[in-house]
Design a protein around this ligand. Structure first.
Ligand code: HEC
Length: 137
């Protein structure tokens, strides 16, 4: 009985020390993971959600949609060798981040009659995709 008590008393600090060590490791891990890592990755999203229809270069033939190389700053509807729907003829603007954002919410609201069958309802995903598009040059 007396022996048991001593063992238990010795076990307590060891248990506590373990616990504290584990907490410390957890804390270190939390600090190593930058908060940015939680944001969606635009390049990955592009591959998953746009690349089926859009290339990011002019060497591959256009897919269902035009290449998005240099899209930020590019005049709407001007990718060489791509046949746009009729509404693009009246689209006299250059793509900037704001326009691209609106386009991804609802293409037909930006260019009536546009035939891109894609919409993205989540603002954080649109933002990640648009910042990736900025890098395409
Ligand atoms: C299922 C095919 C498809 C998917 C998926 C798709 N697009 Fe499109 N996209 C098109 C088509 C088709 C057009 C041309 C529309 C037209 O002619 O009316 C287009 C046009 C565009 C344009 C206008 C380009 C220009 O030259 O003016 C942009 C910008 C664009 N898409 C961005 C995106 C982005 C970013 C994604 C992914 C988040 C995406 N698209 C996903 C088919 C698609």
């Amino acid at each position: 009985m007396v022996m048991d008590m001593t063992k238990r008393r010795a076990a307590l600090p060891i248990g506590l020390a373990c616990c504290i060590a584990m907490l410390a490791v957890d804390h270190a891990r939390a600090q190593l993971t930058p908060p940015l890592a939680k944001l969606p990755d635009g390049a990955v999203l592009f591959k998953q959600q746009c690349a089926l229809c859009h290339t990011t270069n002019v060497s591959d033939p256009p897919r269902q949609g035009p290449t998005l190389l240099n899209i930020v700053g590019r005049e709407a509807g001007t990718a060489d060798g791509f046949r746009y729907s009729a509404g693009f003829a009246n689209a006299k603007f250059k793509w900037d981040e704001q326009k691209l954002e609106e386009w991804l919410v609802n293409p037909q609201a930006v260019i009536p009659g546009a035939i891109m069958p894609y919409k993205q309802a989540k603002p954080e995903l649109r933002m990640a995709i648009v910042s990736y598009l900025r890098e395409l040059h």
